[in-house]
Design a protein around this ligand. Structure first.
Ligand SMILES: *[C@@H]1O[C@H](CO)[C@@H](O)[C@H](O)[C@H]1NC(C)=O
Ligand SMILES: *[C@@H]1O[C@H](CO)[C@@H](O)[C@H](O)[C@H]1NC(C)=O
Ligand SMILES: *[C@@H]1O[C@H](CO)[C@@H](O)[C@H](O)[C@H]1NC(C)=O
Ligand SMILES: *[C@@H]1O[C@H](CO)[C@@H](O)[C@H](O)[C@H]1NC(C)=O
Ligand SMILES: *[C@@H]1O[C@H](CO)[C@@H](O)[C@H](O)[C@H]1NC(C)=O
Length: 463
C-alpha cells in the first residue's frame, strides 16, 4: 500500500508549493486593463441611423466607423448606440474603437442573408465549417485590429438566428452560417457587459487573436438552436473568460485550433486560456476542447464552474486525422446538477473537411487534470474513449464526488492515468501508480513559467 505516501505528497505539494497557482490564474485576467477611455465619441444617430427595428442601418454603421478611423491615432474613439432597435447587416470594426451599447440598445442582425456577405474560409479550416467554400461574414467583424472594445450597459446584440437555423434544418444554406462577432488576427480585444441573443451560428469567435478578454456577458439561444456555441477561442492565446452566463443550443465554450490537414499546416495553437466563474446549461457540452484542435490546445485553466440541466460538463472531442495535441488542461472547483455525463472523451468524433486528411495523424492527449468536483443527479461519471494505438495518458482525477444514477459509472478505453478520492471509484486504467507530479498545480505553474521565458511569454507578462 503506497497510496498514503502518494497522497501525503500531493497534499504537501498542494499546501506548500502550489498555492501560487491561484495567484497566477487571477493575475492572467488582470494583467492588462483593456478598458479604455476614448477621447472622441459619436452616436450612431449622427450618421442617420434609425432605431425602429425596420430601417436597415448598415451604411450608418459603416460611415460612422469610417469617420472614427481618423481618431485611431489620437487615443481612439467610441461609437455610442443608444436605446432602440438598430437593424443592420455585417459591418467591420477598426483598431482603437469602442462600440458601446447603452441599456435597451439592441443591434439586430438583418434577416436577409444578402446583408451578410460571403468571405473566404479560414486557412486553418480549408473550407466553411458546414459547407465547402466561403462562409457568411459575422454581424460584427474585425480583421488585423489592435485594441478593440465591444461593451456597454447590458445592451443586446441579437442575431435573429431562427431563419438561419431553419435553413440549416431544411438544408437550404448555400454557405456556412455567420457568427455574431468574429475577430481575426487581432490583439487586445475586450467584450464585456453585454447580452448576446440568437446567433445564427457560434456567438463569439476570436480566431488567430492574442489578449482576449470576455467578461460579464450573458449569451442566450434556444436549446434546440443548432450550433449556437457561446464562446469559441480558436487558434488564440492569452484569453480570459470570466463571470459569464451562457445557455445555448451547443457548446457553451469550445476551445479550437483548426481542422485536420489545414489546421496542422496552419499550426497556430490555442494556449494560455483561463475560464472562471462560468454558469450555464446546454444540450451538448459546458466546456469542450475540439473537435477542431489540429493546431494544438494547451495551458487551459478553468475554475469555479457551475453547470446544470446539461448533457456533458467537460468534453474533449478529437479524431484520427486531427493530429495536434491537447495538453496541460487543469479544471477545478466545479459543481454539477442534473448532468448526463460529467466527463467525456470522444476519440472517434469523426467529421473531416475532406478526404485528404491523413489517417495516421493521431492527436496527442495528455496531462488532463480534473479536481474538486461535486455532482448531483449525474447519469454517468465518465465516458473516456481514447483511440486504439494512441492512448490518452496522464489523465488525473482527484477529489471528485458524483451522485450517479447508472450502475456502470465509468466507461474507459485507451486511456491511462491516476485517480485519488474519486467517488464512484474510477475505472481501472485510471489507477496507475505513477508519480502524480503532473496532477498538481505545481506542474502547470512551473511549466508555464518555463514557457514564459520565450519571447511571446515575456511580452505577455508585460501587458
Ligand atoms: C491582414 O493582414 C494580412 C497580413 O499582413 C494581410 O495579408 C491581409 O490582407 C490583411 N487583411 C485585412 C482585411 O486587412
Ligand atoms: C455586469 O454588467 C452589468 C451591466 O451589464 C453591470 O451592472 C454589472 O456591474 C457588471 N458586473 C461586473 C462584475 O462587471
Ligand atoms: C442583462 O440582460 C439579460 C437579458 O435581458 C439578463 O438576462 C441579464 O440578467 C442582464 N444582466 C445584468 C447584469 O443585468
Ligand atoms: C427553409 O427555411 C427557410 C427559412 O425559414 C424558408 O424560407 C424556406 O422556404 C425553407 N425551404 C424549404 C425547402 O422548406
Ligand atoms: C462593466 O460594467 C461595470 C458597471 O458599470 C463597470 O464597473 C465595469 O468596469 C465594466 N467592465 C468592463 C470590463 O467593461
Amino acid at each position: 500500500m503506497r497510496r498514503p505516501s502518494i497522497l501525503v505528497g500531493v497534499l504537501f505539494l498542494a499546501l506548500f508549493c502550489c498555492s501560487p497557482w491561484t495567484v497566477w490564474s487571477s493575475t492572467l485576467c488582470k494583467r492588462k486593463n483593456l478598458e479604455r477611455v476614448r477621447p472622441h465619441s459619436v452616436s450612431i444617430t449622427e450618421f442617420g441611423a434609425v432605431g425602429d427595428g425596420i430601417t436597415l442601418n448598415t451604411k450608418a454603421f459603416q460611415n460612422a466607423i469610417f469617420y472614427l478611423n481618423s481618431f485611431a491615432d489620437k487615443g481612439g474613439a467610441k461609437l455610442f448606440v443608444p436605446a432602440g432597435r438598430w437593424l443592420t447587416g455585417s459591418f467591420d470594426l477598426i483598431s482603437h474603437l469602442t462600440l458601446w451599447l447603452d441599456k435597451d440598445a439592441v443591434i439586430l442582425g438583418s434577416t436577409n442573408s444578402d446583408d451578410w456577405p460571403v468571405v473566404d474560409p479560414l486557412p486553418s479550416y480549408g473550407r466553411g465549417r458546414e459547407l465547402p467554400g466561403g462562409r457568411h461574414k459575422s454581424l460584427i467583424y474585425g480583421h488585423n485590429l489592435t485594441d478593440v472594445v465591444i461593451t456597454g450597459n447590458n445592451g443586446t446584440i441579437d442575431g435573429q438566428g431562427s431563419i438561419w437555423w431553419s435553413r440549416f434544418q431544411n438544408n437550404t444554406l448555400d454557405y456556412t452560417r455567420p457568427h455574431l462577432v468574429e475577430l481575426m488576427n487581432s490583439i487586445g480585444v475586450l467584450i464585456s457587459n453585454l447580452t448576446f441573443l440568437n446567433s445564427p451560428f457560434w456567438n463569439i469567435h476570436p480566431v488567430y487573436c492574442s489578449q482576449v478578454r470576455v467578461q460579464n456577458v450573458t449569451i442566450l439561444a434556444p436549446h434546440t438552436s443548432p450550433n449556437t456555441d457561446g464562446i469559441d477561442p480558436d487558434s488564440s492565446d492569452d484569453v480570459c473568460i470570466e463571470d459569464c452566463y451562457i445557455s445555448t443550443g451547443d457548446d457553451l465554450i469550445a476551445i479550437k485550433s483548426g481542422w485536420d490537414e489545414y489546421g496542422i499546416a496552419y499550426g497556430r495553437p490555442s494556449t494560455n486560456i483561463v475560464i472562471r466563474r462560468l454558469v450555464g446549461k446546454t444540450q451538448t457540452s459546458g466546456i469542450a476542447i475540439g473537435s477542431e484542435m489540429s493546431g494544438g490546445v494547451s495551458e487551459v485553466h478553468a475554475e469555479d464552474i457551475h453547470f446544470y440541466d446539461s448533457y456533458n460538463a467537460i468534453r474533449i472531442k478529437t479524431s484520427r486525422g486531427r493530429g495536434g495535441y491537447v495538453r496541460n488542461i487543469y479544471i477545478s472547483n466545479m459543481t454539477l446538477v442534473n448532468i448526463e455525463y460529467a466527463i467525456t472523451f470522444n476519440g472517434l468524433y469523426g467529421e473531416h473537411p475532406d478526404d485528404a486528411y491523413d489517417p495516421n495523424a493521431l492527436p496527442v492527449i495528455e496531462k488532463i487534470t480534473i479536481k474538486d468536483v461535486i455532482g448531483e443527479n449525474i447519469k454517468q461519471a465518465g465516458i473516456l474513449e481514447g483511440i486504439e494505438g494512441d492512448n490518452f495518458v496522464n489523465i488525473c482525477l482527484s477529489n471528485i464526488s458524483l451522485n450517479v444514477r447508472s450502475s456502470f459509472p465509468w466507461n474507459c478505453s485507451y486511456v491511462k492515468g491516476y485517480s485519488d478520492m474519486v467517488h464512484p471509484e474510477a475505472c481501472e486504467p485510471l489507477m496507475e501508480r505513477l508519480f502524480p507530479e503532473h496532477c498538481s498545480d505545481c506542474y502547470y505553474l512551473s511549466n508555464h513559467q518555463q514557457s514564459s521565458n520565450n519571447q511571446r511569454g515575456a511580452w505577455f507578462l508585460s501587458w
